[in-house]
Design a protein around this ligand. Structure first.
Ligand SMILES: *[C@@H]1O[C@H](CO)[C@@H](O)[C@H](O)[C@H]1NC(C)=O
Length: 142
């Protein structure tokens, strides 16, 4: 093969792999609005490639999106959260941290719940939502 042909082959393989949900399984992230009756959760999530837009979630609803982890394993989604006078900015999916932490046994679903105390991540081993990111205390009325 000429060097040009090898380059082409590698390029085509890379593109094929990065698009393939068979080789790299697809992840689904769910963020539940669980702040309480009458409270809406504003979220705005982005990655290097995607801007998922601003969404206001009524109590008891989920925002869900799906994606493949990139070939380099560097996929990162971060989100802005807002409710009443509280705002926070957190990494919601980091490939290195979450690829095995999300529920692999249930098809790579990652569950988050936004509650009054902060953001809780579902631990499928203990079957509990665990507080991961408390809201900035200065903003939470007590
Ligand atoms: C979000 O979806 C999960 C999984 O279906 C569910 O267990 C959870 O109760 C939902 N959260 C809210 C706030 O509706």
């Amino acid at each position: 093969m000429t060097p040009f042909n090898s380059y082409l082959l590698i390029l085509v393989l890379t593109l094929a792999l990065s698009q393939s949900s068979v080789v790299l399984s697809k992840y689904h992230v769910h963020i539940g609005s669980d702040l309480g009756e009458g409270l809406e959760l504003g979220i705005h999530c982005k990655s290097g490639d995607d801007d998922l837009g601003i969404h206001w979630l009524p109590y008891g609803t989920n925002f869900t999106w799906s994606f493949n982890i990139n070939l380099w394993g560097t996929t990162l989604f971060y989100c802005n959260f807002q409710w009443e006078h509280v705002t926070g900015h957190y990494n919601i999916f980091e490939a290195g941290r979450d690829r095995n932490r999300c529920c692999n046994a249930c098809y790579d679903n990652c569950y988050w719940a936004a509650k009054q105390g902060g953001l809780y991540f579902y631990n499928y081993e203990t079957k509990n939502y665990e507080l991961q990111y408390p809201w900035p205390m200065s903003m939470v009325k007590t």
